[in-house]
Design a protein around this ligand. Structure first.
Ligand code: 523
Length: 129
């Protein structure tokens, strides 16, 4: 059972633009944009989990920094947390997502984000402004 565990998402900023990735599943979230990430495995720290997920899903090497914004409750009782992540190396590759894009503050605000990620819009937009 993974459902009690934390989900981590990464805010990767490059040249004033934030990386968004378009989900392919589940159906309710498919086509909507997220801060990429995933579930923390048993015995794994959230920091290590985020680095692993960004490598597995997008081929990116990152250095994970501090948490941003509030914790977000997900359906099913999981908790979602976001962290800043500094891009060390790599161009995003589409391994699990259908698209990626780098957005400025305006692009972020107008993006069709997955509902949970909306919690961080104000803080992210302030960083991008
Ligand atoms: N979210 C979400 N926003 C967001 C992420 C990375 C994840 O709302 N930025 C939600 C979507 C799923 C759940 O968190 O309901 C798990 O994310 P997922 O599917 O990307 O993580 P995986 O692939 O590691 O899947 P699990 O096995 O469920 O952990």
């Amino acid at each position: 059972m993974r459902d009690a565990r934390e989900v981590v998402a990464g805010a990767v900023v490059r040249q004033g633009h934030l990386l968004l990735a378009r989900r392919t599943w589940p159906v309710a979230l498919a086509g909507r944009w997220e801060l990429p990430g995933g579930g923390v495995d048993e015995g794994e720290t959230p920091v290590a989990a985020l680095a692993r997920e960004l490598e597995e899903e997008l081929g990116l090497t990152v250095r994970v920094d501090e948490q941003l914004g509030a914790d977000v409750g997900l359906p099913g009782g999981r908790v979602l947390r976001a962290r800043w992540a500094e891009l060390v190396e790599g161009e995003p590759q589409l391994r699990e997502h259908s698209a990626v894009r780098w957005v400025d503050a305006h692009g972020l605000v107008s993006a069709d984000l997955v509902p949970a990620d909306r919690a961080w819009t104000a803080e992210l937009a302030a960083r991008l402004a």
